[in-house]
Design a protein around this ligand. Structure first.
Ligand SMILES: [Cu+2]
Length: 258
């Protein structure tokens, strides 16, 4: 019986090692992604997003226009749901308050995975750090930054469920975030400050498609997701504290660069 047990163990170890190697050399999500921002809440906002991923490093460019001028606009990668956006009318306004809120849109685009801040922390904790988001001088902005992204965000890109969302609308045309409806996320903020203004699924850019064999093997996206999950568990078990140290170092670098 002992030998019968030993053989599968060796086989599992042998199968796992190439996954780890592949994850280190060229992760399944590596490459370029793009999003076309479409309006939500009839904001009139449009724009584009470009994301280049290399391991845990993301270089992000966002261009958006038609925004409330002179005001900060929270922007995030949302992850873990359908990888889609709510429609540009009020058909998703479940509570009838006149806004498609973040909560009502979450079934499409999921929770915050990364806060696309201008400096410092990029975690979901900074989701409403309005002093560290782009301000739309003249109603538009261009954002570019390189930083470290977490494993769950990497997996969402690989799975095709990452969505770029820009927040902040001027529903009543007053020229500021105001009104009687308050945000369900932070009751001290007007709903106008947090409601989604534009949204676009992040899809693999044709220009950035990797010429590797993955696309031709017929293994398909499901295989990629399984590999990604295996890499996540295996890599954490294998390198543990060393990886944590490296991430902390890169975070410091990212902070210094900002
Ligand atoms: Cu968001």
């Amino acid at each position: 019986m002992r030998k019968a047990f030993a053989l599968p163990t060796v086989a599992i170890a042998a199968a796992a090692f190439p996954l780890l190697t592949m994850g280190t050399a060229l992760a399944d999500h590596d490459g370029s992604y793009q999003a076309t921002l479409g309006a939500v809440n009839t904001s009139g906002v449009s724009g584009t997003g470009m994301v280049t991923l290399a391991g845990d490093q993301a270089t992000v460019t966002v261009e958006a226009s038609g925004l409330l001028a002179g005001s900060p606009h929270a922007q995030h990668f949302h992850i873990g749901a359908q990888g889609t956006c709510p429609s540009n009318d009020l058909s998703d306004d479940a509570d009838g308050d006149g806004f498609v809120s973040v909560t009502e849109a979450a079934k499409y685009y999921g929770a915050i995975g990364t806060s696309l801040t201008t400096e410092g922390d990029t975690s979901p904790d900074s989701g409403l750090a309005v002093d560290r988001f782009p301000t739309a001088e003249g109603g538009s902005y261009t954002y570019e930054r390189t930083f470290t992204i977490t494993e769950d965000v990497q997996e969402s890109f690989a799975a095709g469920t990452a969505v770029l969302v820009v927040h902040g609308i001027d529903k009543d045309g007053s020229g500021a975030y105001d009104g009687d409806v308050m945000s369900e996320l932070d009751p001290s903020l007007p709903m106008e400050a947090t409601a989604p203004a534009a949204c676009g699924p992040l899809t693999v850019s044709q220009m950035g498609t990797m010429p590797a064999g993955g696309a031709d093997t017929g293994a398909g996206a499901t295989s990629g997701i399984e590999n990604q999950a295996a890499i996540g568990v295996g890599a954490l078990a294998a390198v543990g504290a060393a990886a944590a140290g490296a991430v902390a170092y890169r975070r410091r670098q990212a902070t210094d660069q900002a």
